[in-house]
Design a protein around this ligand. Structure first.
Ligand SMILES: Nc1ncnc2c1ncn2[C@@H]1O[C@H](COP(=O)(O)OP(=O)(O)O)[C@@H](O)[C@H]1O
Ligand SMILES: [Mg+2]
Length: 559
């Protein structure tokens, strides 16, 4: 008796479904792809309970006749691929004929579809693999409803997150399609509440502004480059507009949204030293190239592709983005930096040349300090003398340590001190980020932010941590949510240190800032009182000390 057996069809479908359909957002992705392949222009998505209870996608595309309605749920049933040669020249978003069969294997499905030339629509209902058909009136196009996702595969259902997290993922998918199909009308409803409604845009940048806000759109530079059948177009951010991760890097290859580390890296290379360490530019780019030059059949959910001439593409990308960056005036904008550069009246500063002036460096009322700051070099390093010798202090690292400990102690004793903003800060973000924020409001409050969701794509910041400037508030909030999005509610402690270190970093003086002597003394005094004065929260040294004895040895004054 052989040990090996052929699996039955139902089991095969479930296994295949496991690869394609991970969660509600995967269903939505597949259904929208089908609508776009059917030349739809208006696509409406409606979900209930994060998509677990129901997902409906309605389009105004070509529709299917009765025969196709019955065929489309079969495994490997597709109208998009005929021959082997077609597989290497794919121009549609779908091609495997797997999605509808996979979804039907793990949920109940109802397809209502009508082609223009037919007076009535066909309705196909599939439940536990059994299909029934009937006729009814309906507009041209297709509506597919999925109910009870994973109810026959409870093991899978367990991995789903909360309804609003799943809804945020669905919103993310719809937003991405909306981003790359600006002339299409997309709508998204969650529990009958409208999350997204984009009217067709004339210009791509209008759609971007619609989804991500005008502020962000203003920070983008257009890219256009055409060479050897490759066209690269879209937008990259000015170097001052960055994020702490790559989530705002969007790429479509032949109108298919994909992730590509190769492309991200090429763009990072084009920015070179215009970016700070660990910061990523934003981009929304569309690459069009001959279908034969790209293999789209390399990932189960089609979210990665392989380029035949990868190096050539990278070179073109670097050239395209560099040309754009060079064409614009890239002197850092003072409006962005002004928030954290503290204005310093020149008179307070010690001219490097005069020794006498150094004495006036000590603020009068502060002569009781156990150290004297002798000066500052390179707008970064302070020379400090005390009874034991001298210290060279890095102004950013020192201030960062002080701010870190202050914020950490506030956090541990009831929350970071907040100030109510006279004029609330409004931030436009896509709907999935509004959903993410909405789940994290209590956590954000602990960090001093009182934020409210307003409408589907606006956040109103009513309070922010004391001492944060308006621009810093915006930047920090966006960073915070990306940090918070990785953890479940209630597990804030795991990332609290990171967040506080980030806040401390943003609040602290930077290399190049002109720091007033009074402030230098204040920072120094507080630094020496911190629990760990010798390193910044990231572990870099705040100071280098040289004792008088060390100095004497170095100058060979003693043995
Ligand atoms: N919204 C739709 N409008 C018109 N036809 C559709 C729609 N959705 C699916 N179809 C038809 O059903 C077929 C099977 O869909 P699917 O299982 O997603 O496979 P694929 O997209 O890879 O062909 C498609 O090839 C298409 O002919
Ligand atoms: Mg498909």
């Amino acid at each position: 008796m052989p040990k090996i057996r052929f699996l039955d069809d139902a089991l095969i479908s479930k296994i295949a479904a496991g690869e394609v359909i991970e969660r509600p957002s995967s269903v939505v992705k597949e259904l929208i792809e089908n609508s776009l392949d059917a030349n739809a222009h208006a696509i409406s998505v409606s979900i209930e309970d994060g998509g677990r209870a129901r997902i409906t996608v309605t389009d105004d595309g070509e529709g299917m006749d009765e025969e196709d309605c019955k065929l489309c749920i079969g495994r490997h049933a597709t109208s998009k691929l005929r021959t082997q040669a077609d597989l290497f020249s794919i121009g549609t978003l779908g091609f495997r004929g797997e999605a509808l069969a996979s979804i039907a294997a793990i949920a109940d499905m109802t397809i209502t579809s009508r082609i223009r030339s037919s007076p009535e629509a066909t309705i196909v209902r599939v439940s536990r693999g059994q299909a029934t058909t009937q006729k009814a009136g309906a507009p041209t196009g297709t509506e597919i409803t999925i109910q009870s996702l994973f109810s026959h595969t409870p093991a899978r259902k367990k991995y789903l997150k909360s309804a609003s997290t799943e809804a945020a993922m669905v919103a993310d998918v719809v937003t991405r399609f909306a981003l790359f199909y600006p002339q299409h009308h997309f709508q998204l409803f969650h529990n009958n509440h409208c999350l997204l409604n984009t009217s067709p845009a004339n210009e791509w940048i209008e759609r971007i502004a619609d989804l991500y806000g005008h502020d962000l759109a203003k920070g983008l530079l257009p890219v256009y480059h055409q060479q050897d059948k490759y066209t690269i177009r879209g937008f990259v951010s000015k170097p001052a507009l960055t994020r702490q991760d790559r989530r705002c890097q969007h790429l479509a290859v032949n109108a298919r949204w994909v992730k590509s580390k190769v492309v991200s890296d090429a763009i990072q290379t084009a920015y070179g030293r215009l970016l700070f360490h660990d910061r990523y530019p934003l981009f929304i780019l569309q690459i069009d190239l001959p279908f034969q030059q790209v293999d789209v059949n390399v990932h189960p959910t089609k979210k990665e592709v392989r380029f035949l001439e990868e190096q050539k593409l990278c070179d073109l990308l670097v050239a395209a983005v560099s040309t754009t960056l060079q064409a614009y005036d890239l002197t850092p904008s003072t409006t962005i930096a002004a928030d954290h550069i503290k204005p310093t009246p020149a008179a307070h500063f010690v001219p490097d040349t005069t020794r006498q002036e150094t004495l006036s460096f000590v603020p009068e009322e502060e002569t009781s300090f156990p150290f004297v700051i002798k000066g500052c070099i390179h707008d970064c390093f302070w020379i400090v003398e005390d009874e034991h010798g001298m210290m060279l202090v890095d102004q950013h690292a020192a201030d960062e340590r002080v701010n870190y400990e202050t914020l950490a102690s506030q956090f541990n004793t009831g929350g970071i001190a907040a100030q109510q903003l006279l004029e609330p800060v409004m931030i436009t973000v896509p709907p999935h980020e509004v959903l993410l924020f909405s789940q994290k409001l209590p956590e954000l409050e602990q960090f001093g932010f009182i934020v409210e969701a307003f409408g589907t794509n606006t956040l109103i910041v009513r309070s922010s941590p004391v001492v944060m400037g308006r621009q810093q508030t915006k930047d920090l909030l966006l960073d915070l949510v990306s940090e918070l999005s990785h953890i479940e509610t209630g597990r804030i402690n795991e990332i609290k240190d990171n967040i506080i270190a980030r806040m401390a970093c943003r609040k602290s003086v930077k290399k190049g800032d002109k720091v007033e002597p009074r402030e230098m003394y204040a920072i120094m005094k507080r630094l020496l009182r911190t629990k760990t004065p010798y390193t910044c929260p990231h572990g870099r040294p705040t100071m280098i000390t040289l004792s008088e004895h060390d100095l004497e040895k170095k100058f060979k004054r003693c043995g």
